[in-house]
Design a protein around this ligand. Structure first.
Ligand SMILES: Cc1ncc(C[n+]2csc(CCOP(=O)(O)OP(=O)(O)O)c2C)c(N)n1
Ligand SMILES: [Mg+2]
Length: 410
């Protein structure tokens, strides 16, 4: 009562700052296989505790255990490993290309490869993702050409988006990858609207919304949940909790709800948390949520618990706000190593084959990079034409743009 009348507000703080010892003791990790797998038409009120647990399949020994295991063949798992390795190598090459001045900007997925690569395999052709900049695995795992991605990053003459978008903001209708918006969270409500439109037109295609932990603080996230729950839209609502939103730790956007999945509970949306570094768990949970959407059971909210190992982008230096070795202390490990160990444990993979695959992947990525650089990079070679700037936006060009185009002589 000493300070009665004096109001205070609370600013959550991360446990550790640079120079401190990384500490994830507050992250409770349930045993692999311990979380049940309900029927897809489960009453959401009976699975509220799933919003506070973590669905995991791969245990420490690399075995796949529990009710969420067993959905993927060895062939599919080997393919998944190759996708994650490709994304990781693609990232490393493009990060380097940015440092060499070949592009102005790049964003990596290091540590988060399983999320987008495994999710893509739960979708059907025609389904539409509304991604953020950290889901390039959706394209890689769907076979979108890496050369096209690189052309976009370099804004060169073969850039499918003709230099109009920030590097990494890809778009491909054919591969179910809606144009990325730099304004965070706008895509979340669009995904729900697209899903509702699909249902209104009696289509069978579903939507997947994507957002980062930090961006759930945007009102679009909450508005999307209102529409999704009220109209039971055929959408999967994904939240990728990689612990950081640039330099802001996840506790700010999460506030007092305990978890991001718990945000869905007030809306009556079945809400699950999954080990985002476990390829098998991500795929199994994605499949469950996709089946629910397809069966007109409505939205599912999925929180992927993962860790952003790299910097936010090429413009960021994480050593300014978190301990350098924090990623080593992350208790859910590395998604590539975990799937690799699982496949070795099953006897369908080996250290030697892995090393060989790394070399093959690198060769493929370098070949794509050479081809893309043949079409130009940021400061060298071919560029989109000035005319492209005026096209593809208006069905009928407004007079002021027509005038500008004439002035430009294109
Ligand atoms: C509306 C809006 N506010 C702020 C920004 C600047 N910004 C870009 S990325 C980012 C952090 C997003 O963090 P999170 O949602 O956790 O996604 P992550 O980058 O971790 O994948 C911010 C603040 C923006 N692009 N749009
Ligand atoms: Mg984040």
């Amino acid at each position: 009562m000493a300070d009665a009348g004096m109001l205070r507000f609370h600013v959550p703080e991360p446990e550790v700052r640079p120079g401190g010892t990384p500490d994830f003791s507050n992250v409770t990790i349930p045993k692999a296989g311990s979380v049940p797998r309900p029927e897809i038409d489960v009453d959401p009120r009976t699975i509220r505790d799933m919003a506070f647990s973590i669905i995991r399949v791969l245990n420490r020994a690399g075995e796949a255990v529990g009710p969420w295991a067993g959905l993927l063949s060895d062939k599919e798992l080997l393919e998944g490993l190759r996708h994650m390795m490709t994304l990781r190598t693609f990232d490393a090459r493009m990060q380097m290309a940015q440092r060499q001045g070949k592009t102005s900007f790049y964003m990596q997925h290091l540590g988060e490869e399983a999320v987008s690569c495994a999710f893509r395999k739960a979708l059907k052709p025609g389904d539409m993702n509304f991604p953020t900049y950290r889901q390039a695995g959706l394209l890689i795992a769907d076979g979108y050409p890496m050369v096209s991605m690189m052309n976009q990053i370099y804004s060169n003459e073969a850039d499918p988006l003709k230099g109009r978008q920030l590097p990494v903001m890809y778009s491909s209708k054919e591969h179910g990858f809606f144009s990325i918006s730099g304004n965070l969270a706008t895509q979340y409500i669009q995904a729900v609207g697209w899903a509702m439109a699909s249902a209104i037109s009696n289509d069978s295609r579903i939507a997947a919304a994507w957002i980062g932990d930090g961006s759930t603080a945007e009102s679009d996230f909450h508005a999307a949940l209102v529409f999704a729950s009220t109209y039971k839209a055929p959408v999967v609502l994904n939240v990728v909790n990689n612990q950081w939103a640039i330099s802001t730790f996840q506790g700010i956007a999460r506030g007092g709800s305990g978890t991001f999945a718990a945000r869905g509970l007030g809306f009556g949306i079945p809400s699950l948390r999954v080990d985002g570094n476990d390829y098998l768990a991500v795929h199994a949970v994605a499949k469950w949520a996709v089946e629910r959407a397809r069966a007109n059971l409505g939205p599912t909210l999925v929180e992927y618990v993962t860790y952003r190992v790299g910097a936010h982008s090429t413009s960021d230096d994480p050593s300014a706000y978190r301990p350098k070795a924090e990623s080593d202390a992350w208790p859910l490990g590395d998604p590539v190593i975990r799937l690799k160990n699982h496949l070795i444990q099953k006897g369908v993979w080996s250290e030697d084959r892995h090393t060989q695959a790394e070399a093959e992947v690198l060769e493929t990525v370098i070949a794509a990079q050479k081809e893309a650089e043949g079409h130009g990079t940021l400061h060298a070679g071919g560029k989109p034409s000035t005319r492209d700037m005026f096209e593809g936006v208006y069905a009928e060009m407004p007079p002021h743009l027509r005038r500008q185009r004439q002035q430009a002589g294109v």
